[in-house]
Design a protein around this ligand. Structure first.
Ligand code: ADP
Ligand code: ZN
Ligand code: ZN
Length: 826
């Protein structure tokens, strides 16, 4: 299927060729190096080069002749070309470089993130046995570790790392051997940590006349037996003298083949036959298929409520891409939580699916990656980094639950998979399909402005109704009606569900952050009067601990606005601030006490830390061995369990007080997602949402499943502040051990930012802050931040300029990190 055109220079380059190399250091520049005469390195291949007194592995991004070189004068040389074939196809290389620019990331760091780790040769030291060493060995002059290291070295040079791994005393021993003039050490490379696993296979050589062989081997029964056992198809065999003799006699061929560390998981779903599409699915698929077949890049938003059959559309679209001989990439937010999508692809496409995710060992990951690179597996499905699946020819990229925050990388190369996917789909002239019931507000905005074409699946498959949503106003509950965390209506609903033999999910969004100022008696929260985000409590030592008395101050981490802390809730007068008692653990205990016969399961970061635990809990839930599953965000995503008829949201407001302009969007998405888990089977579903803020638009509109209205509300709220999508946001995060230096650096750059000249008002960049980060101190590092808001390129220009300044004097001991369109600003 996927052809492997060899890119790059095919003709002869007259001058000694020069390569432009991106090295993995935090610098925007790339560097030129000369190649040895007759050596080739194509763009996308890795090379070992000298850089700043070290040797590093970089990626060739272009080849040129010496007349095209930027640098005048002699160039440093490439020490070694590490890949004969480029690891990255040309179009992927180009997309990653562009994405690096957009993410304000150094090209070399971005490229390093796009190839599987551990697969390049590394800079290392080669040790060679000298003639004097050989003589010393022969005469038996040495003892102990010196002798064993020398023996192990043998005749061909070896890597020092290899010797170190075998002998604990190798380092001092080698130093002594070198001083004695018995070995020499020189810079070289160590083999990659991860390599293809190979095995030897044997088969009867073609043209061997078995009848004659029988006669000839009459006196060697072992060989004869072995020869007859081996067929014409290559198979592994145990090494033996007989086997070696057969190979030597030319009767048996020995070959090497690659072993695949295949990862196999039993699919939970077994429904390989494709159902007949609904009318809506058909028309959505027709549009996507036309783009694939026409080789057209189009972005589609597949806007379909939960259970409307989006996954089925991805599968059919993938079939179309495969039929055209092209690859398909399917992204899911988190493999462990969305196993069903993976399982359904496996059930439908079998061996034609490669699964890429962080749970694989490096070797497994590498095998999957190579299978894709060599065009053996046409579908790649995986989490965020699967967007780098190295297809030469792509026919489709689909992103399921495109609004999910897991698509944003939060360290190193801080890309968003959706952006990389768009850049790749553009270059591959193929469609990008973004699926969601609650699209990212920015995606919906692009849709409204004609950049993305909308395809709608307006109803659930088989006309299953959406669940009814009941909102329980905790503030209006009569005193004593609530027991622990459960209101009376939720308790009743649970009892009914259990009595009917059905299943329930209880969702508690408790993702850590005790720093916000929130009253648990009445749900009141303090907001910044300038920024519309929650204020954060800062004590002298950083964020507030739950049991601390209120001291320090309240701050807005966006603009720096500050206020004195309050002891009593300004709304209800209660002194019960804090978050104690709210957690899945306590919810679990409450449930077990209230419904002793119910089988209760718990799914959160604590219970699923063990590998495979998550899956076994989910499997038990699927099989109906758990009646009530309680959990955090993990229970909200992707599960399609027909027996679930009740979903309870224990406290909808928690996410609303997150100090982020996206708090409303996140809450709406989460409530809609979690509600979508109910009523996916034959029985209709119901949802109970507990909240102190029943009027909040994100809660009220989740009740009516009204995304369009939510979108209008949200856009209206962001417009006056110019939050994305109106402008782009770049975060500059400062960290360091000394509070003063960090604060000083943040102020200095804020001052500089305000002086960057700008004549054109459309290019203006607004500077917010500096302010302490919401988590003002993490692991003894102090954190401040500065936000820049502006149009796409101007805001990046200013950010890049500030980063350059921050490399200068006066910023010692402070690390600056840039994040374009950050999703988390803690
Ligand atoms: P979504 O991805 O939008 O949440 P799914 O693709 O998971 O929806 O579909 C929901 C359920 O409906 C799944 O169990 C799926 O197998 C089933 N389904 C999807 N399309 C059809 C169809 N055309 N006919 C019958 N069942 C379908
Ligand atoms: Zn209160
Ligand atoms: Zn503010």
């Amino acid at each position: 299927m996927v052809s492997r055109a060899r890119g790059g220079t095919t003709g002869a380059v007259s001058d000694p060729p020069i390569v432009e190399v991106a090295v993995p250091v935090p610098l925007d520049e790339t560097f030129e190096y000369a190649l040895e005469e007759g050596v080739r390195a194509e763009p996308g291949a890795r090379v070992l080069v000298p850089h700043g007194g070290r040797r590093v592995v970089g990626v060739v991004i272009a080849t040129k002749s010496s007349s095209e070189a930027r640098t005048r004068g002699p160039l440093r040389r490439v020490l070694q070309v590490l890949d004969d074939e480029p690891v990255l196809p040309a179009a992927l290389l180009a997309a990653v470089l562009r994405a690096a620019h957009d993410a304000l990331c150094a090209p070399g760091i971005a490229l390093a993130a796009a190839v599987p780790p551990g697969t390049a040769a590394r800079p290392g030291t080669r040790v060679t046995l000298l003639p004097a060493g050989m003589r010393a060995l022969e005469r038996g002059e040495l003892r102990g570790s010196l002798a064993s290291v020398l023996w192990a070295l043998g005749k061909r040079p070896r890597s020092e790392a290899e010797l170190r791994a075998r002998f604990p005393a190798a380092v001092p021993a080698l130093a002594r051997l070198e001083r004695l003039g018995l070995v020499s050490r020189a810079a070289g490379t160590d083999p990659p940590r991860v390599r293809a696993r190979r095995e030897r296979v044997y088969r009867v050589a073609p043209g061997v006349d078995l009848a004659r062989a029988k006669q000839e081997l009459a006196r060697a029964p072992k060989r004869l037996e072995l020869l007859l056992a081996l067929g014409a198809t290559p198979a592994p065999a145990r090494s033996s003298p007989a086997l070696r003799a057969l190979v030597e006699a030319g009767l048996v061929l020995c070959e090497e083949r690659e072993l695949s560390r295949a990862t196999h998981v039993d699919p939970l779903v077994k429904s390989p036959e494709a159902p007949e599409l609904t009318a809506h699915q058909r028309s959505a698929l027709a549009e996507i298929a036309a783009a694939i077949e026409g080789g057209r890049h189009t972005q589609f938003l597949l806007y379909g409520i939960t259970g409307s059959g989006k996954t089925e559309v991805y599968q059919r679209a993938a079939e179309v891409a495969l039929a055209r001989g092209r690859g398909a990439i399917i992204l899911v937010p988190e493999i462990s939580l969305t196993h069903q999508v993976v399982d359904r692809f496996r059930a439908r496409f079998g061996e034609r699916v490669a699964v890429l995710h962080s749970g694989l060992s490096a070797g497994e990951r590498f095998d999957q990656w190579r299978a894709i690179r060599e065009g053996r597996v046409p579908i790649a499905i995986g989490a965020r980094s699967a967007v780098f699946a190295p297809y030469e020819e792509l026919g489709l990229i689909a992103i399921d639950e495109e609004h999910d925050g897991a698509y944003k990388s939060e360290d190193g190369f801080r890309y968003h998979a959706r952006d990389v996917a768009r850049l790749r789909a553009e270059r591959a002239s193929c469609p990008l399909v973004l699926g969601s019931a609650t699209p990212d507000v920015t995606t919906a905005w692009r849709c409204a402005h004609g950049e993305i074409e909308r395809l709608t699946l307006p109803e659930r498959v088989a006309r299953r109704p959406l669940p009814t949503v009941e909102i329980v106003d905790l503030g209006a509950e009569p005193r004593g009606a609530r027991r622990g965390m459960l209101s009376r209506p939720l308790r009743l609903a649970l009892a009914e569900t259990l009595a009917a033999g059905q299943q329930a999910i209880l969702f508690l969004n408790r993702r850590g952050f005790a720093g916000r100022v929130y009253c648990f008696a009445c749900g009141f929260a303090l907001h910044c009067r300038h920024c519309d985000v929650s204020l954060v409590y800062h004590s002298v030592d950083g964020p507030r601990r739950m049991d601390d008395p209120l001291e320090g101050e309240l701050r807005c981490h966006y603009c720096g606005y500050r206020e004195d802390p309050v002891d009593n809730c300004p709304s209800c007068g209660s002194r019960e601030g804090g978050m104690q008692g709210f957690g899945t653990e306590r919810l679990f205990e409450e449930l077990v006490a209230a419904y002793p016969s119910a089988r209760v399961g718990r799914l959160d970061r604590d219970t699923s830390a063990r590998k495979g635990a998550q899956r076994s809990i989910l499997t038990a839930f699927h099989r109906g061995e758990i009646d009530v599953l309680i959990g955090t965000q993990m229970v909200a995503k992707g599960h399609d369990v027909p027996g679930v008829t009740l979903v309870g949201v224990v406290m909808a407001d928690l996410g609303l007080h997150f100090p982020d302009f996206r708090a409303g969007e996140r809450t709406f998405q989460l409530l809609t997602q979690v509600a979508g888990r109910a009523g996916r089977g034959d029985e209709p579903g119901r949802v109970v949402i507990q909240t102190f803020l029943p009027q909040h638009y994100a809660v009220a509109l989740a009740q009516t499943h009204d995304y369009p209205r939510f979108y209008r509300e949200e856009i209206a709220r962001r417009r006056p502040h110019g939050w994305p999508p109106f402008r782009e946001l770049v975060q500059l995060a400062f960290t360091g051990r000394r509070a003063q230096s960090v604060e000083h650096a943040a102020h200095a750059l804020a001052g500089l930012a305000k002086t960057v000249p700008c004549d054109d008002p459309s290019e203006a960049v607004e500077v917010l802050g500096p302010a302490p980060a919401p988590l003002a101190r993490i692991r003894d590092e102090f954190r401040w931040q500065l936000l820049l808001l502006g149009a796409r390129e101007p805001v990046r220009r200013v950010a890049a300029e500030l980063a350059r300044q921050a490399r200068g004097p006066g910023f010692a001991g402070v690390t600056l990190r840039l994040d374009a369109n950050p999703l988390q600003m803690l």
